[in-house]
Structure formats: structure tokens, C-alpha cells
Design a protein around this ligand. Sequence first.
Ligand code: NAP
Length: 283
Amino acid sequence: MQYVTLNNGVEMPILGFGVYQIPAEDTERAVSDALAAGYRLLDTAAAYGNEEAVGRAIRSSGIPRADLFVTTKLWVQDAPAEDNTRRAFGTSLDKLGLDHLDLYLMHQPFGDVYGQWRAMEALGREGLARAIGVANFYPDRLLDLIANNEITPAVNQIETHPFFQRADYQALMSEHGVRIQSWGGFAEGRNDLFTDPLLTGIGQAHGKSVAQVVLRWLVQRGVVAIPKSVRPERMAENIDVFGFELTDDQMTRIATLDTGDSLFFDHHDPEVVTWLAKRRLDA
Ligand code: NAP
């Protein structure tokens, strides 16, 4: 496994396992399979409803805690967000059965963002979260957050895949010491990603699948990836991307697939903002 060093010195695997949309009843088995396949970075969220199952899989694996890199995410909080964020963090830790997190992310750039971030900074200073970061922050929100707070997010987890590549934004984040992490690295299969002719041709040249080409392309760009699969054979395929290298020409050709637009939702769209900013978790 390759690692990246975050802006506070913490080391993070460049490839991990995401559990979004895995039903709670299937998550323990999926995470156990992923750990057996060699994944050490796990990415969940309070909003996914499967933190307890992730925790059970961690405990039954017997893998030393120090060898794991566990991320979960804070959902949108009402003011006073300092109190609510600390409570939400405690709930996530309890559900996971852990005494600290490796990375705690603000899931959406909505709610009492500054109160949430100040509480997260405190959790970071206390060592309860080894690193803190954000998700779904577009440049306007990210730069404002950086300009007005002490701790710069270590990570921004954003939609990043061959059809929405974020290269310019990655360069901007890099200038500020923020590591890009891809969500939806396969675009969840949208735009017929897995049968895309260009990606298929590049895969054939290396004897690799489209999934492996996409993950190799992300890793080679320094983008942390967290592919999701419930199938052990795909988990094994998706982590097997360190034994080949895409050529400069192949990287350039993949760059032509970029549409510059989200395939999911734009966090500037008023309907999306209203939907996410008002959503609250039940528990
Ligand atoms: P994704 O990883 O882009 O795609 C997952 C889909 O690809 C599943 O349908 C999976 O099916 C399929 N797949 C996986 N490996 C494959 C392979 N080798 N060949 C063919 N198909 C394959 O989607 P995602 O789960 O949305 O994104 C990854 C992670 O990012 C999430 O799990 C979550 O942790 C994180 N995320 C974060 C946010 C955020 O707002 N911060 C948003 C979305 C996602 P099977 O399971 O049937 O194999």
C-alpha cells in the first residue's frame, strides 16, 4: 500500500474502502471481506447508518487499531454546533466502538459550518481525531473556511472520477495543503463507465479492468480513492492497482473524458442546498 502524508504529518493509505449504500445488515460482512482483502482505510459516515456494523467488523478482524485508518463524517448540525458536534462525534465513536478516529470529516458545507469546524478543531487538538477535514466543499467555501479558522482541513472528499476530474481544484487545494480524496471514483457506474471504450482500450493494453485503470489513474494523480463493492472478487481487483503504471499518453487521453460537471449534484444548486441543508438524521 502507498501512503500520503496529510498537512499535520498523519499518514493515510492512498486507497481504501467506502461503505456508502451498503445496507447495515450487509456491512459487517462486506467490511470483514475488505479487511481480509488488505484494505486498511475504511470510510463511513453517521448518515450511512452502518457505523455499528463497521465497528463490529473492525473488532472481529483482530487487526491492531494502529494499522487501521478509520474515517467517519459529521452530518449537518444546528447551532449551537459546538455542543451538537461534540455529541454527534461521541455517538459515532460509540457506534464504531473506538476511542479515536483517524479522520473526521464535515459531510456537507451546510448548517452552522463555523461552529461545527471549531468543535472539530477542538477534537483534533485533543487527539480524539488524528486529522480533520471536509467533504463536498467547492472552492468558495473551502477558501473562506481556511481564511477564517486556525486549522486548515487535511482532506476535502469530493466527487472525482473520469467524467468530473477536478484537476484545477486539486492544484488549488494542494497550494493550501488540502489533500483531495475521491468519492464516487467509478461515478457509481454512470455514463457507462465500466464499458467506456477509451478506458477499456487502456485496460486491455495492461491486461487490467476498467475499474483498475480508473483507480490507478486516481492514485497516480495523488488522489486518495475509496471504491465501494460488496463483492470479494471486486474488492481484490480494486486493491490490485500498484503493480502497473499508466503512461503519460494514457493519462493525457483519460483527461479528455472530463466534462467539468457533476454527475450527481452541484452543491451550488439551490434545490440541492435546500435539500441537504435542511436534512437531519433521526438519531
Ligand atoms: P463508486 O465506488 O464510484 O461505485 C460503486 C459501484 O461500483 C457499485 O455499484 C459497485 O457494485 C460497483 N463496482 C465496484 N467495483 C467494481 C468493479 N471492479 N467492477 C465493476 N463494478 C464495480 O461509488 P460510491 O460508493 O458512491 O463511492 C465510493 C465511496 O465514497 C462511498 O462508498 C463512500 O464511502 C464515499 N462517498 C462519499 C460521499 C460524500 O458526500 N462525502 C458521497 C458518495 C460516496 P458492487 O458493490 O455490486 O460491486
